[in-house]
Design a protein around this ligand. Sequence first.
Ligand code: HEC
Length: 375
Amino acid sequence: MHAPLAIVAFVVLSILAVFPQRALAAGDPVNGKTLFDANCSGCHTVKAKDPVLFGNDNPTQIQFAIHNEPEMAKANLFALTFAELTDIAAYIASAVGGAPAGLNYQGLWWASGGTEAFWGINFAHQGDQVFGTWYTYDTSGKAWWLSMLAGRTSPSSNEYTGDINVDVGPPFDNFVGSGKPTKVGTGTLTFSDANTGTFHYDLNAGTGGSPVAVSQTKSIERYNLGTGPQPTCTFSATANLALATNYQDLWWATSGMESGWGVNFAHQGDSVFLTWYTYDSGGAPLWLSALAPRVGATNAYTGTLYRTSGPRFDAYDSSKAMPQQVGTATITFTDGNNATLSYSTTGTGGLPAVATQSKSITRFLFAAPAGTVCK
Ligand code: HEC
């Protein structure tokens, strides 16, 4: 006996759609083959570009198939853990293919032509999933962020769609527990090339202070920090992330110890632009940002931390943007996959004065092949 499919699917999706919620180790294709032979090979053939399996080298998609494909509603398939599905996904990637054809959109994006400065959306792109973290303002002008795990609509499409969530969580200076997401709408990203696209969203009434539902489509483009060449990001099932020298990605607390907050780095030349997604003392979403230049020839990058208030998400008005200095942030990279985020705040901008705190952070891996590397 198992729960009705609709309920199972709901539980699965609500787990997966959380902003940094679960870490995913890059899968083990050898164990994946053993699991595939035991559970899948009765119905699926393994051959290059098999039309059913091709492109499904992703544990989330396999989980979705198990819960939505009537013939796959079997106790042994329901019993497979996410880690086992990750191994199976790695095997499918190696034997069938599906390292996603096409472009990788990882990086920081904003309104095309810079016409709407002060809000943006960061993309982490792994396999056929784009994790978007959108930093903007609620109707009162308060810094506010939303997140979206958007799946590619078909193996060859340029469109990615998913639920949009708002998280509430523990305050940044005393992070105990985890963030809690609520679905507030849906979003679609459509890319026309590596650097341009559109972001369409439909937010439910009551979201971000708006009494009415809001739907908008924004033209977006890759943001250029102007501090060096724009990196190019590529997918790899085998990348050793520790060796990466470009840090552009979404990072979170090491081992997922503090699920619910994350920090995104856009990295060009010797500067990192960080967008830190966290919560204020009331548990409301709060983002802070800093442009952090490298300190000499060290592995540290440091800059002034800003809290910005600005134009409400549904009515852009550049005159409303007001960045305020609130402290300092320093990121010290041990290697391409491990760093320390240290920060202090001075008591300005509605934030408490916080003596320096340090967090161990690592890249957030959420979809196989979880090896996006930018160079
Ligand atoms: C009892 C038979 C059966 C078993 C066992 C089974 N599948 Fe399936 N699977 C199907 C059928 C039928 C479909 C639908 C085929 C189609 O879309 O043409 C499907 C579809 C899929 C899809 C594609 C979903 C999509 O997006 O189109 C994936 C991925 C998949 N299976 C993976 C697996 C994996 C991995 C296993 C083992 C863990 C497995 N299946 C076990 C019968 C099975």
